[in-house]
Design a protein. Structure first.
Length: 420
């Protein structure tokens, strides 16, 4: 009898947690849609010619020979005054041909302000945060922009970010949107593309619409130089340096704005091994940030920090534990090892949650041009039972790895995503 009660309570707990996060995401998606409608009527605010502020673009790169050439060329083609822009590539302890490729570009485009910083094993190879700090020390811009080494931003991407931050002193940073460049490669990249659209940029849009906050995604963003100097740069211990710097910007009282018209295209992992390692690093990094800033959830001055701590805690602890429990009970019930005795239409609630999951993502895809095709719509029902379940394994592994490193007093090891 007691065992049956435990199973019942665990089942109810899992159902409540799943519905909480589902409702949060539905609210964010609806708010994100409203943000999207506002974007359609966005009136471009041009800074007077000759008055564009100086921007330093930082590109951390480690063994990026497959993509770095295309990335730098795309940055050179940005619609931004050449004399107000410098491109700083931090070739971070690379052992491939990145250095030769960058030298060739530097010699070919001498009319542009390109700086190549080559680090070695003594001062480099310590992760993205460290590379960004090296680039920051060698920069001269009033604003700092960051692009990953696999990015190809659209021509107006930087211009939109600068125009947005330059006219609002309350904004400490502005983030754009990133899209999947290799989405048609295979089934995995199609799932990643759907995830990017629904769980990342739509959630960002919703959070900006409702709470005037966003979390820096790691690429296609700008931040005020005086602010990043005040913060002493990036936390080199943080595997999710983008999330961590966002929390410190919140603490300084600044907003992080969302500018969806600024778009960059990036390459995503094309096999499960690379995807698993990348997502595990994300999970470990976000757990680090949640634990580091958990105390701020009780401080009234940290309203934006409180919401994001609550959101990440819900995702990585409440939602994750509830899905593990519900999946476990489901599998055990198939073999009649356990039985749910609590009365109620719980199976119907689960079906409704699944349907809402499908509808939420389907609506999101209709907003993005060319994404609501029959292939994507057919993938959404499958995504819950495949890609989303894989994410659960990744999150569990990330949490275990984080606490294992803490127990053994090891620094988190930075995994550089393999390029294709």
């Amino acid at each position: 009898m007691n065992e049956m009660l435990v199973v019942d309570y665990l089942f109810i707990y899992s159902l409540i947690c799943i519905w909480i996060l589902l409702l949060i995401n539905i609210i964010l998606s609806l708010a994100g849609y409203r943000c999207y409608i506002k974007t359609l009527s966005y009136k471009e605010i041009n800074i007077n010619k000759g008055q564009y502020p100086r921007v330093s673009i930082l590109v951390p790169a480690h063994n990026e020979e497959k993509v770095i050439g295309r990335t730098v060329i795309s940055l050179l083609r940005l619609n931004y005054p050449k004399d107000s822009m410098e491109i700083i590539v931090i070739n971070d302890n690379s052992s491939d041909n990145s250095c030769e490729i960058l030298k060739e570009i530097e010699n070919k485009y001498k009319e542009y302000n390109i700086k190549i910083i080559n680090t070695d094993k003594n001062n480099g190879g310590k992760g993205k945060g460290n590379a960004l700090n090296i680039g920051l020390k060698n920069s001269s811009g009033d604003y700092i922009a960051v692009y990953d080494a696999d990015n190809t931003p659209e021509r107006n991407a930087l211009k939109y970010l600068i125009e947005r931050i330059h006219r609002d002193e309350s904004v400490g940073a502005v983030i754009g949107k990133f899209r999947t460049r290799n989405k048609n490669k295979n089934l995995l990249t199609r799932f990643i593309n759907i995830e990017t659209l629904s769980f990342q940029w739509m959630a960002q849009a919703g959070r900006w619409q409702l709470f005037n906050l966003c979390t820096i995604p790691g690429t296609n963003f700008v931040v005020r130089r005086n602010l990043i100097d005040k913060l002493n740069g990036w936390d080199i211990k943080a595997l999710a340096e983008d999330t961590e710097i966002s929390f410190r910007i919140y603490k300084e009282g600044y907003k992080i704005a969302f500018m969806p018209l600024s778009v960059t295209w990036e390459q995503e992992p094309e096999n499960l091994k690379v995807w698993f390692k990348q997502r595990t690093r994300w999970a470990k990094g976000n757990v680090y940030v949640v634990i580091k800033y958990m105390e701020h959830i009780f401080r009234p001055v940290s309203r934006r920090v409180r919401f994001d701590i609550f959101y990440f805690f819900t995702v990585y602890f409440l939602f994750l534990s509830s899905v593990i429990i519900s999946d476990g009970i489901f599998l055990l019930s198939i073999f009649s090892y356990v039985k749910i005795s609590v009365e109620g239409k719980f199976f119907l609630l689960w079906i409704m949650a699944y349907i809402l999951f499908i509808l939420e993502i389907s609506v999101t895809l209709t907003i993005e041009k060319g994404e609501s095709d029959i292939k994507n719509l057919m993938l959404i029902p499958i995504m819950y039972f495949t890609y989303c379940q894989l994410w659960i394994i990744v999150a569990i592994n990330g949490i275990i790895q984080y606490f294992k490193d803490k127990l053994l007093k090891k620094e988190g090891k930075w995994y550089k995503t393999e390029r294709f």
